[in-house]
Design a protein. Structure first.
Length: 295
């Protein structure tokens, strides 16, 4: 199965789960509509796909039906970050996933609350018991996702990204920024697939290493697409990083060098799979997709 076909398969499985999670009649109408607007606007569903592919590689042949709620929770968490990233005080983006950014439709206050609500809902779903999963492994997964999303992970990376507009980091600082902002949640998404499948710690660590390298490849590809616009329908603003004075791998080293760095990161991700065992062909293909994508 091709990467595109697998992403479609995961996306088709996720949509009804996400729809149910966002259908609570007790949620105020404007807030519920804002949450649905952002979650159901499309997207690659890459983080759920990485979680489920990792679980499958670790022997959970039934990962898609059994672990789907946890995978969908990762999409909720990712979408919260996009809503907040698009706000006027952050990147002030007009478009996301092919439609107006959440704050452009519902206002800044409701967009902030929609992001907050999605983050809380994500952790609620992650904490719900899953069939056949050791509660200790699930608790460790919740903690790992919290760490990846928090001040030492995604939120910290966003803070560094804001600071970089005034104080551009050196090369090591730029890589640290991107590893926290993008790579941390991607690495956690992969690692919890192994945790929920019940594998030993060393295999989880190999999955996390794979995810960290894939996250680097993904972010470098994003940097390139921000400059070039890509060959596909990105569904979001481009050129914003350059206009905002934010340093990226592509702006600092040039597009050609950035493409080589993305390919090298994908190769390191594939090499890390040797410590995972099982059938990791799909994970390898996802690493190459992260580096080569045009959307």
């Amino acid at each position: 199965m091709s990467v595109d076909a697998y992403l479609r398969r995961v996306g088709d499985a996720c949509e009804p789960v996400l729809d149910r999670l966002l259908a609570d009649a007790a949620v105020p109408d404007d807030l519920r509509l804002a949450m649905r607007h952002s979650v159901q606007g499309g997207g690659k569903r890459l983080r759920p796909a990485l979680c489920l592919a990792a679980a499958e590689a670790c022997g959970a042949a039934d990962a898609i039906p059994r672990l789907l709620p946890a995978a969908a929770a990762l999409e909720l968490l990712h979408t919260y970050s996009l809503i907040h990233d698009d706000l006027p005080g952050m990147d002030d983006a007009l478009m996301r996933r092919g439609r107006p950014a959440c704050h452009r439709v519902f206002g800044v206050a409701t967009a902030i609350l929609a992001g907050d609500a999605l983050q809380a809902l994500a952790f609620e779903v992650l904490a719900r018991p899953l069939p056949g999963v050791d509660p200790a492994a699930q608790l460790a997964s919740v903690a790992a996702v919290g760490e990846a999303a928090g001040p030492a992970g995604m939120c910290g990376g966003q803070a560094l990204d804001i600071a970089a507009e005034q104080r551009p980091p050196d090369d090591a600082g730029l890589r640290r920024l991107q590893a926290m902002k993008t790579g941390a949640l991607i690495a956690a998404s992969v690692a919890i697939g192994g945790r929920l499948a019940g594998v030993r710690a060393e295999r989880v660590a190999a999955l996390a290493a794979y995810g960290a390298h894939l996250g680097a490849a993904f972010q470098i590809a994003d940097d390139i697409l921000d400059v070039t616009g890509g060959g596909g329908d990105l569904g979001k603003d481009t050129g914003g990083d350059v206009a905002g004075g934010k340093p990226t791998i592509a702006s600092r080293f040039g597009v050609g060098a950035a493409r080589r760095l993305a390919a090298e990161a994908a190769a390191r991700a594939e090499a890390a799979l040797h410590g995972v065992g099982g059938d990791t062909a799909r994970l390898a293909a996802l690493a190459r997709f992260a580096a080569d994508r045009d959307r």
